[in-house]
Structures are given as C-alpha cells and as structure tokens.
Ligand binder design. Structure first.
Ligand code: VG1
Ligand code: CO
Length: 544
C-alpha cells in the first residue's frame, strides 16, 4: 500500500555537488534524509511513471538498505520496472551501460565514489538520466529546488524487500523488480570493444600484472575479466571482495591511497603492469614497472593509439578534457586533425558532446577516462585499453610514455590537494585571488609573465547553456599555467586543489621529476595565494 509521509520541515542541504549528493553515512541516516532526495529526484526526472529505472551501488555501508527504500519509492511513483543486481553491486560504468541497454529513464547509483565508506565514512546518491550519464545542471538544480520545498514523500509499505541473493523476478505492488547479474552485460560490452584473444595472449605470457580493486566495486568485474576470461593467474586481482567499509581504506586510486600497489610497481621490476580503480569503478590509475602514468597523459596516449583497439579502429570523432586536465591531449588532437573541447570539471559536461557524436574519447586529470561506449568514465575500460595497446605494441609502459613525449612533447603536470581545511580559510584564499585577478595580467610570476587571469566559464556548444565560476586560471606567456579550484565532492570542510602544468617540447628535457620541473610554479603560487599561511598546512595532503 502506498503511504504518504509528511516532513516536519524540508532539508536545506541537499544540493548535489560535482557528482551527486555526498554526505557522511551518519547524515544519510537522519530519518527521511535519503527519502527526501529520492522523492525530489523521482519528481524531477522525466518519464518516471511507467518507465524503467536502474538501481545499484558500490557495496558500501547503506547500499542494500537504500536499494530497498528506492524500490519502494519507485513503486509508489508508478515506475513500471526496476532493474537491480545481485548483492546490489553495480559499478557506475556498468550502471550507465544498463540504463542505455534497457532504455531506462534513468538510474540511481549509490556511491560516494572515492570517499571512504562505513558507518563513519561517506555515502552518496548519483542520479543519471536516460542517456546513461550524470544529469545536467538543469536537472540537479531542479532536484535541489524540489528538496527545499518538499512537504513529504510517497513510499510503498508492507510486503517483503526484493531478494538480491540471486537473479530473479519479483514485484512490489505494480512494480516489477528484476534482479540480474551486474557483471554480465558490462563484460559483453568490453568484449565488443577490445580484442580479448590478443590481450589474453599477453596476460597468459610473461606479463606479471597486479590489479587492486581496493575492496570496492570492481572486484567481481576484474576477477571475471582478468582471471576468468583473459587467463591471468589467480591472485592478479587484489582486494577483490567488495566490503562495506572498503577494508578501512580510502578507495581512491592514486599514489597516496593505492599505496601498496604503488610500492609494488614503483619500487621494483617484479610487475610489468599495475592498475587500480576507485570505490564505484569509474576511475583508474595505470602503472608500469617504475612508471606512473599521469591521467592527463593517459588520455593523450589513448587518443594517439585509439585505432589499435577494435572498437575505435575507424578513428575518433573528436576528444574532450576537463579544464584542469593538462593539454597533452590537445597536442595529439591537433596533430591528428581532431576537434578538442575543454569542459568544466565533472563528467556531466561531456554528455552533450558524446550524445551529439562530436567526441569519442574524453577524460579528466582526476584519474577519469572514458568514451562514447557509455556516459560515465570507466576504470576497467581504461585498463583494458592500455592492455590492448601493450598487447599490440609489445613494449613496456615506460617506453610507450617516452616515445609519446619524444613525439608530442611533455606536459609536466601535478595536482596538489589541501584537504579538509576550514571552510572560511579556503573561501577567503580563493576569493582573494579572484579579486586580484584583473590586476595580475602582465605581472611577473615564476620568472614569466601572466598572460591571462580569469575564472573559467563554459558555453556548451550543443545546447548553448553557460556554466561559470569553474576555477581560477593563471595562464602564463609560455603556455604554463596554475589553476585553483575548490572541490565539489568533499564532505568535511573544504578542499583546495592546485593544478600545475608546464610544457616542454620534444627537443627539451623530457625526463625530469614533475615536482622539480614545476618547482618554480609551486613556489610562486604559494607566495601569491599564501597557501601555507592561510591553510596552516606545510604541504598538500595528496600530490598526484
Ligand atoms: C572530483 C574530481 C572530478 C571528478 C569528480 C567525480 O571532483 O576532481 O574531476 O569528476 O571528483 O569523480 P571535485 O569537485 O572534488 O574536484 V567520482 O569518481 O566521484 O564520480
Ligand atoms: Co568514482
């Protein structure tokens, strides 16, 4: 039976950030908190009544309970069919694929991505649309507006929760609930894009590889793909069982949080290839023996070598990168005669370009890479793409990088994150630079002169929508730059991101340590923005 529950007062803090609504697990446990956001989403998302909805998550604490609430609310809102997965386990890229494959009106992905999970960690809800991608700001703004006005929500009471232990059909009122294996369809898609025979030959040969699933969602996908289908030895997939608290770890695939894997690859020659994905499986880190592949470079290498993969053998329509991502891909695109777009941070800005067929590949510096096969970034897809290139080129990762730089030049790049700083300190620092910007043009900075100082704004070339306030840029006369942004995914205080980039042409020194190559920029931005004194931090929390 459908019940109408009233809210004594609407919630005022349900504004989605860069990627969904992300809060502490504790906050999500506030009575009616999840329900409020789901009610608003079901009211705003077009086609809900009579439509199909996909629901699943990264397995973190709260995942199963949320699926049951969403199923009951979907039933109360007249959704015809709900597709969910065994164990409720569904990666973000796999969810994107299911939405597209089943003509769903959208999906609800339960994840706070790379943020830690568990009762003391974070929880999150991402709302995706019919194209399989994160809903655009017009929709997330409307959802937020709806939460501010909400008087109550509708939910089906009574009956039993869907049994997620095995695939099968059941119902809640008129809603048909379909539990499927969350891995099958995704794997079939990967088999259409890449040559599994060729990659299998590589992995069954002398090619020790380590994949770290970080006790997050990619474990079951990676075990099926690498060990069962491609024949890599048992144990190739590490930390492959999804856990509610990710084993206490921080499922963020970078050199800091994927420390064990980093040590394995960077500290010895025992492994030829290493990779890791994040909580919800949309991010990837790729490593060779003693070689870290910067995500901005990774997108450039995939662009330059795309036709080596069967799914991209006909070439690319165009490429895109988010603004803070380095221009390494731009150089490749120029050489190959491809259109190259620069979007704000967050995958939702790639959606229109992908839907319109203007781009095939896109990526972000934050370990996100993807293509038009779905509408999310895709961690395992990127790993398979790299393996495809390695299988075709029969060369170590380090040589692929060296050859890439000697052809296109190298964009030395680093991101310095200052996490969980006091909100006022972060905003004070940021707003001060923003106000200083007009006067900075022509000033000297790191021994160079500032050519442009602005706050990045983007006009979507497909629908004409304008998005402003996307990050403070200092563009130097020699093509180097520093960008400041405040994170839109954190849950504690504020996180300042400092993006540093400097280009060296093929004739220059291509084998420096990035932190050294960027040293002058690092010192200059600290001086200008007073980062150390204003944050009270000696050094960044995370350097990538
Ligand atoms: C971060 C990254 C951004 C990414 C977003 C979601 O956002 O910088 O590039 O799209 O996380 O990734 P922010 O606002 O904190 O910088 V995920 O893996 O959470 O879906
Ligand atoms: Co993620």
């Amino acid at each position: 039976s459908i019940r109408q529950i009233s809210l004594a007062q609407p919630f005022s803090d349900q504004k989605p950030g860069t990627s969904g609504l992300r809060k502490s697990s504790r906050q999500f446990q506030t009575p009616h908190y999840l329900e409020s956001f789901i009610e608003a989403s079901l009211q705003v998302l077009p086609g809900v009544a009579g439509g199909t909805l996909v629901v699943g998550g990264d397995g973190r604490y709260g995942n199963l309970a949320a699926i049951s609430v969403i199923a009951r609310m979907a039933a109360a809102h007249g959704v015809a069919r709900l597709i969910t997965t065994t164990g409720g386990i569904l990666s973000t890229p796999a969810a994107s694929h299911l939405i597209r494959q089943h003509g769903a009106v959208g999906g609800v992905i339960l994840s706070a991505s790379h943020n830690p999970g568990g009762p003391d960690g974070d929880f999150g809800v991402k709302i995706n649309g019919a194209n399989g991608g994160p809903t655009p700001e017009s929709i997330t703004d409307a959802i937020y507006a709806a939460t501010l006005e909400l008087g109550g929500y509708r939910i089906c009471a009574g009956g039993s929760d869907p049994d997620l232990s095995t695939p099968g059909l059941s119902s809640i009122g008129d809603l048909q609930v379909e539990v499927i294996d969350g891995v099958d369809d995704y794997v079939a898609l990967m088999q259409r894009l890449f040559d599994f025979d060729q990659i299998g030959d590589l992995l069954r040969g002398d090619f020790p590889m380590a994949f770290d699933a970080m006790h997050a969602v990619t474990g079951p996908y990676a075990s099926r793909i690498f060990e069962e289908l491609l024949g890599a030895p048992a144990g190739t997939v590490r930390n492959g069982i999804p856990l509610e608290d990710f084993g206490g770890g921080h499922p963020d695939p970078n050199l800091t949080y994927a420390h064990d894997l980093a040590e394995l690859l960077m500290g010895s020659d025992a492994y030829k290839f290493g990779a890791a994905c994040d909580g919800d499986g949309d991010r990837n880190m790729v490593l060779g023996a003693r070689c870290f592949v910067n995500p901005s470079d990774s997108l450039a290498v995939l662009t330059a070598n795309a036709t080596l993969a069967p799914g991209y053998a006909d070439g690319l329509a165009g490429v895109a990168r988010s603004m803070p991502t380095s221009a390494a891909t731009d150089v490749v695109a120029k050489e190959l005669g491809l259109a190259c777009f620069e979007t704000p941070t967050g995958w939702k800005f790639f959606g229109n370009l992908l839907d319109a067929g203007r781009i095939t590949l896109c990526g972000e510096e934050s370990f996100g890479t993807g293509s038009n096969h779905i509408r999310e970034k895709d961690g395992l897809w990127a790993v398979l793409f790299w393996l495809q290139i390695l299988a075709r080129k029969q060369a170590p990762v380090s040589r692929i990088m060296a050859e890439h730089w000697s052809r296109f030049g190298r964009h030395y790049y680093s991101r310095h994150d200052y996490e969980a700083i006091a909100s006022e300190a972060a905003h004070g620092l940021y707003n001060r630079i923003k106000e200083m910007q007009p006067a900075l043009v022509g000033q000297s900075f790191a021994g160079r002169s500032i050519a442009t100082a602005d706050d990045f704004a983007y006009t979507d070339p497909v629908d004409g929508s304008l998005t402003s306030g996307q990050g403070l840029r200092l563009l130097l006369e020699d093509g180097s730059r520093v960008v400041l942004r405040l994170s839109g995914t954190g849950t504690q205080g504020a996180t300042l991101r400092v993006y540093l980039e400097s280009y060296v042409p093929p004739s220059g020194n291509l084998s420096q340590d990035p932190q050294m190559a960027l040293g002058e920029l690092i010192t200059a931005i600290d001086g200008l923005a007073e980062i150390k004194t204003r944050t009270g931090m000696d050094r960044p929390t995370v350097i990538t």
